[in-house]
Write a protein that binds this ligand. Structure first.
Ligand SMILES: *Cc1c(COP(=O)(O)O)cnc(C)c1O
Length: 366
């Protein structure tokens, strides 16, 4: 079965077999070697300086990393502006509410780019003593496959001395991220999306200077304690040891395959193959190509075809596709090109789709 959902992804054999390494106690030096290696390789993905940035590992899914980042990096006196255009932006707002973080939401149309004029107006409208200190947003909004324009948003932040927190859970490892941007203080990501490891480990990359102002609102997800202990080759709790094995193997493979830009090129080729193939079958992509990620794209369900029928037919051919979230499940479906996939796999997928919508035609995709 090939997984075309946005994580967990189809594994390579080397990552899968890495799970079968010897049992390991998380208080032994071998575990801390593994932890150090993972932290080092995560920073290498975007060539980050370990003196300036810390990669902090968390046992939990991607949401745990987003939650840890938000709970720590907005001081008690801080004010957060949340820019939303999908399910994961909404989740940031739910987390902020959970921790009583003072926040305002700008909820945009899920099918549109964030409106920079509206955001700038909001940032400038508040009285001086109530200025926003932080802005949080999703980089790749997996709800629709939209790649939000971090570059323009961070410019608004830089001009006003506002710090930027990014959910890059479904873009880290493939899409470009500009860590030289001085407004950027934290990004959250996970092992089992563009890095091709297994679920169980997520991480925050935090600018070390931002830790001075950090606060503690949560016990298990306390980012400051996690950084401190991991810097000392330690860990507060039992980590998902086997998921660490897989993440180290996946990161080694990632480097061998040419790193972040090679992964971007690979995804980009597959995503375009899907898009042009779907177009030939009369199935439109939902987001303009210039605003789309290479990681996942959403397509409009052809009239008369339900998601359930498409899903079940493709599952019978060996592919798991993904529904739209909420009301979007009636109108669209999603195809992710993360994981161990090849152009030949995409050809077979498109032949499968052709069979569902035009059962009599013999279409081939090469
Ligand atoms: C997958 C994802 C998450 C986290 O989901 P988990 O199920 O907790 O791993 C968060 N944000 C985005 C943008 C995602 O795509």
């Amino acid at each position: 079965m090939l997984l075309l959902n946005p994580g967990p992804v189809t594994l390579t054999e080397s990552v899968r077999s890495s799970l079968l390494q010897p049992d390991l106690c998380h208080r032994e030096s071998e575990f801390f070697d593994l932890q150090d290696e993972i932290k080092m390789r995560i920073l290498k993905v975007y060539a980050l300086d370990p003196a300036e940035w810390a990669a902090v590992l968390i046992t939990g899914s991607g949401t745990a990393a987003v939650e840890s980042m938000l709970a720590a990096l907005i001081p008690k006196t801080g004010r957060l502006l949340i820019v939303e255009n999908g399910v994961y932006g909404d989740r940031i707002a739910q987390i902020a509410a959970q921790y009583d973080i003072v926040h305002t939401r700008i909820v945009g149309d899920w099918m549109q780019e964030p409106n920079l004029d509206v955001i700038a107006a909001e940032l400038d409208a508040t009285p001086k003593d109530q200025r926003f200190t932080h802005l949080a947003m999703v980089h790749h909004e997996t709800t629709t496959g939209r790649l939000n324009d971090l570059h323009s948003l961070s410019k608004l932040c830089r001009e006003r001395g506002i710090k930027l927190l990014v959910d890059a859970v479904s873009s880290f490892g493939a899409e470009p991220l500009d860590f030289s941007d001085e407004s950027l203080v934290g990004i959250a990501a996970t092992a089992n999306k563009c890095l091709h490891a297994v679920p169980g480990v997520s991480f925050v990359i935090v600018r070390r200077s931002a830790l001075i102002q950090a606060t503690c609102r949560t016990y298990y997800l306390d980012l400051v304690r996690l950084v401190r202990l991991q810097d000392q080759r330690n860990t507060p709790f039992t980590p998902a040891v086997h998921a660490y094995y897989a993440l180290a193997a996946a990161l080694r493979e990632f480097e061998k395959q040419g790193g972040r830009s090679a992964r971007y090129q690979h995804y980009s080729a597959l995503a375009e193959q899907v898009r042009t193939g779907m177009e030939a079958l009369g199935i439109e992509s939902v987001i303009p190509i210039s605003q789309s990620s290479v990681v996942l794209r959403a397509y409009r369900l052809p009239t008369g075809l339900t998601y359930a029928r498409l899903h079940d037919a493709l599952k019978a051919e060996g592919f798991v596709i993904y529904a739209g979230q909420g009301d979007l499940s009636k109108t669209l479906f999603r195809i992710s090109t993360m994981g161990n996939l090849t152009a030949a796999d995409i050809c077979r997928l498109l032949e499968g789709v052709a069979k569902v919508i035009e059962p009599k035609d013999e279409l081939t995709f090469t």
